[in-house]
Design a protein. Sequence first.
Length: 471
Amino acid sequence: MLSLSTPLPLYLSVLLFLLHSPPVLTCQPGSRSQCESAPFVPGHNLVGEGFDVVTLQHKGAYLFDIQTYLNSNGTCTLCSNPHHGNELQKGGLHLKRVSNMVLGGTRSALYNFAEAKSREDRFLFSINSVNLRLYGYRVSNKPTLSSEFTRDVWELPRVYNSSTKEHYKEFINTYGTHFIRKVHLGGRFRQVTATRTCLSFLNGLSSIQVHAAQSCLWGLAVGLGIAGLSFSHQECQKVLHNRDTTTHFGAGLVDHFTEVAGGKWGKDFSFTQDNSAIYTNWSKTVRELPDIVLYNIRPIYRLFPNWARKLGMKAAIEDYIDENAMSKSSRQPSCARYNPNLSSDCCPRQTSWGRLQVTLLRGWNLYGDYVSVTDAKFRKTRMIQSNDPRWYDSYDLGYVDTGLKLWMEVWDEDPAHDGDDRLISCYTYVRQGNHEQSCYDGNSGFRFEYTLTCDRHLTGDRCDRYKPSAE
C-alpha cells in the first residue's frame, strides 16, 4: 500500500506622472553689441542634434549651424529667462520657441533593464516619473545645415547596397537615424519598478497591489505625498522592506532602475529615507544644467539634398531599425489545468507542492504474493507468485503536498486465513529529484524509487524555496 499522510506582461503601466510646465518667455530684438555679450539660452545646442531611435541617445553631432546668431542686419533675438533673474539670453538662428512632442526605443538603458529582467523571471513593470519643463525650442523651417554634415552627406556613395552598406552604417553611427526638431528642456526623474509576479503572489500580494504601494512610497520619498492613491501608509510599509517572507528569496519582491536627466542628483534614491531635500536641490540645479525631457524628431534623410542618397539613407535607416528590433512575445504562460496549486497565470498558490511518481522495483524474502497500492483510491499491482517478486510498476500520484509522508506497505493476501497480513511498512518524506530506497523487516524487504518534480517557480528538497523562471 502506498499513501500520503498529514503532518502538515517589452507591458508597462504608468502609475504616477507629474509635470511642471514652463513659463512663457518674452523676447525682443538685440543690437550687435548686446548679442555678442549675451549668453546662449541653456540647451540651445540640443535642438538639431543627431538622434538614434534604437538606443535613444543623442549623438553629439550637429546637423545645423548652431553657433550663428546674428541675422543679415546684424541683430539677434534676445529672450528674458525667468529662471536666471530675467537675464537676456540669445538663441541661434536655427532656434524658435515651441510647445510639444514624443517617442520610445528598443535598445535604451530602460528597455535593456526590462529585457534583462524578463529573461530572468516573470515581472510586471511600471514607471513613476517627474518632469520639470523649463524651456522649449524648435528648429526653424529652413535651417542652415552645418558644413561638416553637408560634406559627409555628399561623401556618401550615391547608391545603397550590400557593398556600400558599411558607409551608411558609419554615417548613422555618427549622426544617428533622426534629428531633434523640437525639444522641451528641463529635468526628468524616472524610476522603473519590476515586480516578480509569482513571488508576490506567494506572499499574498497581487502585482498591482505591489505597484500601487511602490508608487505611494515613491511619492512619500520625494515629498509629494501619496498623490491621491487610495492606499494607506501602512499598506505602503508592507512593501517598503522588500522582503519575501514566504520562501525567503534573497533578491526580494521588486527591483528598480532609476534614470535622471538634467541637473545634479548626487546620490541614490531610497525608499527608506526622505528624499525631498535631495529632490528640491536637484530641481534647482536643473535650471543650470537642463537636458531633453520631451522631444519631436524627424528622419535624417529628409535633410539630404540629393534624391538618390535620400533614398539610400531611408533604406539604411530601415535596415538598421529592423536589425535591432525586439520581437514582441505573444507567449502566454501555459500550465496543467488539473494542478490545484497553480493559478490561472501559472503561479504557485503555496510552496511545498510537486508532482510525485512512484515505481515499485522488487522484493526479497516476502512470504506473500500480493501487493496493493493506494492513494485515496485502491490500486493493485499485477499478481506475482514469488517470494522475490520484480514488479517495475509505476504510479503517478499527481500533485501532492511535500509535507506529507509517503507510506509504503507490503501485504500478503490470504483470504482462506481470515484476511490479509501486512508484512512490511515504512515511510519517507519525499525530496525533489529521483531517489531509490529500500524498506526492511529482518531479512525481508522491498525496493522502490520515486521522482518528485516541484511545481513551477518552486525548488529545494521540499519544493519550499522560490525559483526564478521566465516561463
